[in-house]
Design a binder for this molecule. Structure first.
Ligand code: FES
Length: 141
């Protein structure tokens, strides 16, 4: 089975991995990484220690954009990533999409306050607060 996984920040960092699987055994993996030096280095480290089976994949610790993108990528490969809808509007007052909020989180907005400043989400009625918190939790824990 041949599968391709990718993660990206619009207009910025992007990682694509093609994985050849035999059941849960990883037979080969081919990486294509575009972006910052930090992303290239972090991806290289993960690639060099890539395990032989899906269950042995461990998610990297940390909160940098590179680590958060790699966590998403590895969780997708493991089948643990909860994608959500395609691009639902999380904040209806300010018309802010999930993708826009997730991008802000990857780029360092790890609190509701910072999300408000960077995206204007959750600056109206406040009803989207639980959804925004869930998105922060999903990536930052
Ligand atoms: S829905 Fe986000 S502030 Fe009202």
């Amino acid at each position: 089975l041949n599968k391709t996984y990718s993660v990206k920040i619009e207009g910025g960092d992007e990682i694509t991995v093609n994985v050849q699987l035999d059941g849960s055994r990883i037979q080969s993996h081919v990486w294509n990484v575009v972006g910052s030096l930090d992303l290239l280095r972090s991806a290289r480290d993960v690639r060099h220690q890539f395990p032989d089976t899906l269950s042995e994949i461990t998610l990297p610790e940390g909160k940098t954009a590179a680590v958060l993108l790699l966590r998403e990528l590895l969780a997708k490969i493991k089948g643990d990533w909860i994608a959500g809808d395609d691009d639902p509007e999380i904040c209806h007052c300010r018309k802010v999409s999930q993708a826009h909020i997730e991008r802000a989180i990857v780029l360092g907005a790890h609190t509701i306050e910072k999300i408000r400043k960077r995206t204007s989400a959750n600056t109206g009625c406040g009803a989207c607060m639980p959804d925004v918190e869930d998105l922060i939790l999903k990536r930052i824990g």
